[in-house]
Each structure stands twice: as C-alpha cells, then as structure tokens.
Design a protein around this ligand. Structure first.
Ligand SMILES: Nc1nc2c(ncn2[C@@H]2O[C@H](COP(=O)(O)OP(=O)(O)OP(=O)(O)O)[C@@H](O)[C@H]2O)c(=O)[nH]1
Ligand SMILES: [Mg+2]
Length: 388
C-alpha cells in the first residue's frame, strides 16, 4: 500500500523506465484512484472498477484512444495499476488522461519514498536503480534491508543511555564508510597522467581490455580527456586518459594540458606514469607531481611502464608494467582497488550512501563533541523519519 502524501491528492506515476518496452505500468494511488481510473477505462465485462474483485486483472479499453486495449488491476481500495502498451505515446496518453481527470503526476522516486516509513530504506531503493554492478547493488540491498537503520537506532539508544563516546565512535565508523557509499551510485574517478609518450593511452587500453584510446609513437598524441567506464573487482570506475604533461607553446597541447589539470583536481586516484627506460624515471615522477602545484588527491599510484624495454631495477614504491605484453597489469588493477577500497565492508554492514545521510551524521558527531546530546539525537532521528 502506498502511503498518501498526507492530503487528499490522488497521484499517478509511471513505474517502468522511460523508453520503449513491451508493457508499461502506470500506478494511481489516493482517495479518488478508483474513481479517476473508472472515468477512463471500460472493462470488457461491463462492470465498473469498484465492482471488480481486488487483485484481479481486468481486461478492457482505455478512454478515447483508438485500439488501446489494456489491463487494469485494483490493488486495494485506493490503489490501481494500469498495464498498458510500453510505447512512449501509449504511456503519455494514459497519464495525460489521468492528469486531466485530476491526478497529480509524481516522479518514481517520490512514489518510492511514500512506500517506505523509513527514508533510509526509500533512499536505498532509489539508489539501487542507479547501481551498475552486483557488488555495489548488494551493499545497497543491505541498506534496503535495514542495515543502516538498525545502526542508527543502536547509536540513538547509546546516546539516550549516556554512552556518548561509544556512540561517537560508531558515528565515526559510519562516516569512514561514506566515501565508499557515495561511489555505490557514481563511479570512482581514476586519472592517468604523466609526460608525453610514456604509454598512458596504451595503459588505459590494457586496463579495459580493448582499444579505447589512440596510441601512437609520437609524443602529444592525446589532446582531449578520453574517458571510459569499467569495473574493477566489482567497483565502478571511470578511467580518464589525459594529454602528456610538459612545457609547450603549442596552443592545442596547452588546451589539452589544462583539461588534464582540471581532471586531476577532481580525481579520486591518480596513476602517475613514467617510462621505465628513462634513467631518472622515479625523479621525473616526483618532479611532475610537485611541478603541478595542484591540490592533488592523496591517493596516487606510481607506474613505470615499458618494463619490457628496461634493464634497471624497479623501486619498491612503483608498479612496473608493460602495456605491450600485459606484464604487471593485474598488479596495477589490484593496486587501484587497494587504494580506492582498502577495506571492503563485510556483508550486512551499515554504509551511508548520500549527502543527506552524511551531513546528518556529521551534525550528530559535532553535537556529541559539544555535549549537545539532544541535538545529536535530533539529527539521527531526522535520518530515520520522513520529513513532510
Ligand atoms: N615497448 C613498449 N612500448 C610501449 C608500451 N606502452 C606504450 N608503448 C609505445 O609507446 C608509444 C606511445 O604510447 P602512447 O600510449 O600513445 O603514449 P601516451 O603516454 O598516451 O602519449 P601521449 O598521448 O602523446 O601523451 C607507442 O608507440 C606505444 O606502442 C610498453 O609497455 N612497451
Ligand atoms: Mg595518449
């Protein structure tokens, strides 16, 4: 049963994704749901909708649309589902007639919010629709099944019984999981950077397993930022290949290098690449990083590529690769995961996954630190209770 919005408004919502599909589901809920659908629908058995049994599929004809035969199901006294053809026009015709009858069209996210008493679980269901891997979906499924709600309730109980230090420690644990939580619905940004011709584009191709970026034996090949989506160990990642960083007056290259700098500034992780055959490769790597003078992400991996051509030892703090032969690529993939997700959560763990949750947890932490227990409880309560 969909909870009402607290007023007498009857709502209509398309529950299936936009685009063409075999069948679309349009849901109507509220005081006048049965009446409004009845005004548009003619059942083949001739009975009005309020005389059709609950949960029974009823075949019939929709409104004035020629040839629009469909089925309707009365889910309960105040909720009806219309199952119509999945084409864009059919769905639009059904919805527009219901809106003309007096329904308020709402987005699917709001429909889901009304179905859950606890906003954390509604948010998890909405986020699940955006999860792109089964690993991230499983973590969100844990939150939908109450992992985060139970943890917040346990923290609230601790605050109420005066165990503030323990409560604060648990809030800290939740906040430590937030970076991961945010990337359950949006990919980690991993940027490949370094001097021209060291094999950055070749490395991106080796990491994703197909020829995404142009490789050429002349420096200055990549000018634009070339992005590609991939999954490493179940984590969604957007890899960005960038123009080789060096001093140049070529205006096209300068533009590419500026784009590279912008990409670096918002990266979650930078793979700094250098040519393993360069005698001072590690010094060059360090120099690049400091020359940039940017506020760089703390997470970096140093990569010495073209190891197949090198005859010198590789320093322990770098990863040796050959984009040509594939040597070291598995090692590099593992290092990327190690940097981004050093501690994957255990199954069933509580993970906050959106800004609303993180800011309320931060507010609770600050209130605990200042000894304002009532404020801490209020912030945590807000996590659990839907605002009207
Ligand atoms: N032997 C060997 N050659 C490589 C390797 N990786 C790349 N190359 C070669 O190095 C040259 C430059 O490779 P790219 O991947 O285009 O280099 P880049 O860093 O993207 O260059 P820019 O886009 O100009 O900055 C090409 O001829 C590649 O075939 C490697 O691991 N071993
Ligand atoms: Mg390139």
């Amino acid at each position: 049963m969909t909870r009402s919005n607290g007023d007498d408004q009857t709502s209509v919502c398309v529950l299936t994704p936009t685009g063409r599909g075999a069948v679309a589901v349009v849901a109507v809920a509220g005081r006048d749901a049965v009446k409004f659908v009845d005004g548009c629908f003619l059942a083949s058995n001739g009975r009005s909708l309020d005389r059709q049994p609950l949960s029974r599929i009823v075949y019939g004809h929709w409104g004035t649309v020629e040839g629009e035969d469909l089925v309707v199901c009365r889910r309960d006294e105040h909720e009806v589902e219309v199952h119509c053809h999945g084409g864009v026009q059919s769905v639009a015709a059904v919805v527009s007639q219901l809106v003309a009858a007096g329904c308020d069209e709402i987005p699917w996210q709001e429909w889901i919010s009304r179905q859950h008493e606890c906003p954390l679980e509604a948010e998890a269901r909405i986020a699940l629709a955006e999860a792109t891997t089964s690993r991230t979906a499983l973590i969100l499924l844990d939150q939908l099944q109450g992992a985060l709600r139970r943890e917040v309730e346990a923290i609230l109980a601790e605050i109420q019984s005066g165990e503030i230090a323990a409560a604060e420690a648990r809030v800290d644990c939740l906040l430590a999981n937030f970076s991961l939580g945010l990337h359950l619905t949006s990919p980690w940004q991993v940027v490949i950077a370094g001097r021209p011709n060291v094999g950055k584009s070749s490395l991106i191709n080796a990491l994703v397993g197909y020829q995404r970026a142009i490789v050429f034996d002349q420096p200055g090949t990549t000018r634009d930022v070339v992005t590609t989506h991939t999954v490493i160990d179940g984590w969604p990642i957007e890899l960005s290949d960038t123009a080789g960083l060096h001093a140049t007056t070529d205006s096209l290259e300068v533009a590419g290098i500026e784009l590279a700098h912008a990409q670096l500034a918002r990266a979650d992780l930078v793979l700094w690449v250098e040519d393993a055959t360069a005698s001072d490769s590690m010094e060059l790597l360090k120099q690049q990083a400091s020359d940039l003078g940017l506020e760089l992400p703390s997470r970096q991996v140093l990569v010495l590529n073209k190891i197949d051509l090198a005859d010198q030892p590789i320093p322990a703090n770098a990863i040796a690769t050959s984009a040509l032969t594939g040597q070291g690529i598995e090692h590099l993939l593992a290092a990327i995961v190690q940097q981004l997700v050093p501690d994957a959560p255990e199954p069933g763990s509580a993970v906050p996954f959106n800004m609303r949750q993180a800011s309320l947890l931060l507010a609770a932490k600050e209130a605990c630190e200042q000894g304002h227990q009532a404020n801490a409880s209020a912030a945590l309560d807000e996590l659990l209770v839907r605002g009207e």
